[in-house]
Structures are given as structure tokens and as C-alpha cells.
Design a protein around this ligand. Structure first.
Ligand SMILES: [Zn+2]
Length: 192
């Protein structure tokens, strides 16, 4: 136990009970929700409603402890050694939150599973200096590919919430252009 855990013991974000950030009464382990997109499935801890929605909103406003607790639960859904790629926050989403949830979730999930995280995607608006022509050509929509030297990999996309799936499909298309294949996506919640 770290010193901070002693000074500031974890409390459930929903009921305030000491012990865990997401207590089992408020956030019971349920079978994951699965939504099929074009070519791969999105696997989520639950529907974006009630206590889960409130916790996601608190995470988005900067609660790193909630993000870590979600990552532990998502890590139990990691099925193979596909590379975890977080979906970066686009400019339109960025001013609603303190940090890049998708990217941080991917690296936290990696630290609790046998998979590794890799930063393969950038949100547009990041300076393109020093990018290869290939990287520039691969950019579409709101995202661009970060690294084109990598050999083709199997990828699990990671994000906080899946709304319509448009963002995930956009990211999957870019990754496929760079010879990667998206095998699934993990999210905390899906909008029903
Ligand atoms: Zn609780």
C-alpha cells in the first residue's frame, strides 16, 4: 500500500463507502456489453447510464483514480496480445476534460494485462512537422497515424465511451491503411 492510500483511502465515487473507487454494490461485475461494428466488436463494461455514466463524467473531468479503477476492470477483458491503442482526444472534445482518457486508459490497461500499449494515433491539429509523406497521406477525418515504421500489428482500440461507433470506425480505417488490423475495441461504456 502506498503512503497516499493511507492518507487518502479510496472511497466509492457513487456511495462514498471506503474501500474501492468503484464499489461492488454500485458497480457490480456484469457480463460485458458487446456491440458489433463493421468488422470488429466493441466490448464495454456497461451501458452509459446511471452510476456508470456519472463515474465516466467524473473521470472525464479529471478523476485519475476512477480512470485507474476502470482500467483494472477493462484489463480483465483483454483477450490476447493485440496492441492496445488509445483513441486520442480531438480538439472538440478536449476542452471538456483535463486529460486524454482513451490514451491514458490504454496505458493503464496495459499495465494490468499482458498486452502493451502503443501510441499509434494522433488527433488532427497536432503539428505535422517531421512527418513522413506516408504519415501525411494516411491522415483522414479527425485523426492521423503517428508511426508508420511499425510492422503490421493486431490492434485493440481503447476509448472511454462508444456513442455511435463513428470515431472507432474512423480510427480503424486509418490503422488499416497503415497495414494494421483492428480486432476489437474496449470501452468503459456504450451509449444504448
Ligand atoms: Zn458504492
Amino acid at each position: 500500500m502506498e503512503i497516499l492510500d493511507v492518507l487518502f483511502p479510496a472511497r466509492c465515487t457513487e456511495c462514498g463507502r471506503f474501500g474501492e473507487v468503484l464499489c461492488l454494490q454500485c458497480f457490480p461485475h456484469r457480463p460485458p456489453l458487446i456491440r458489433d461494428l463493421d468488422g470488429f466488436s466493441v466490448i464495454a463494461l456497461g451501458a452509459y447510464e446511471g452510476a456508470l455514466r456519472r463515474a465516466v463524467l467524473a473521470m472525464k473531468s479529471g478523476r485519475r483514480d476512477i480512470l485507474r479503477a476502470f482500467a483494472v476492470r477493462l484489463a480483465s477483458l483483454v483477450a490476447d496480445d493485440a496492441i492496445l491503442v488509445g483513441i486520442p482526444t480531438t480538439r472538440s472534445r478536449r476542452h471538456h476534460r483535463g486529460f486524454d482518457c482513451g490514451v491514458l486508459l490504454a496505458s493503464d490497461v496495459a499495465s494490468h494485462s499482458s498486452s502493451r500499449a502503443q501510441r499509434l494515433l494522433d488527433a488532427r491539429g497536432i503539428p505535422q512537422h517531421g512527418r513522413s509523406g506516408v504519415a501525411r497521406r494516411l491522415a483522414i477525418g479527425r485523426f492521423s497515424i503517428r508511426c508508420t515504421e511499425l510492422i503490421s500489428s493486431r490492434v485493440t482500440l481503447v476509448d472511454d465511451v462508444c456513442t455511435t461507433g463513428t470515431t472507432m470506425l474512423e480510427c480503424a480505417r486509418i490503422l488499416m491503411r497503415a497495414q494494421h488490423s483492428v480486432v476489437r475495441a474496449l470501452t468503459v461504456a456504450v451509449v444504448p
